[in-house]
Design a protein around this ligand. Sequence first.
Ligand SMILES: [Zn+2]
Length: 89
Amino acid sequence: MEQNTTILKKCSKCGIDKELSNQNFTRHSGHKDGFDTQCKICKKIYDQERYKKKRQEILAQKKEYYQRNREKLLEKQHSNMQQKNRKGR
Ligand SMILES: [Zn+2]
């Protein structure tokens, strides 16, 4: 195996030069070198943060939606249950 030359890639987020490999960067077919511009660590942090934010947003939305449509939802649930009972033999 020839591994004399290690290609370094600078992460666009933390700015650290890292070896261009599957270990440091996620594969990204849309990019010139086939890897993501952010290293995996930055990506992970970013994803976690985004996930947390998104989750809070979704929860807040759900809560709001539920409160706004509570009666409608309950009605729907009720009719769904009735349909199920009618279908089953
Ligand atoms: Zn990074």
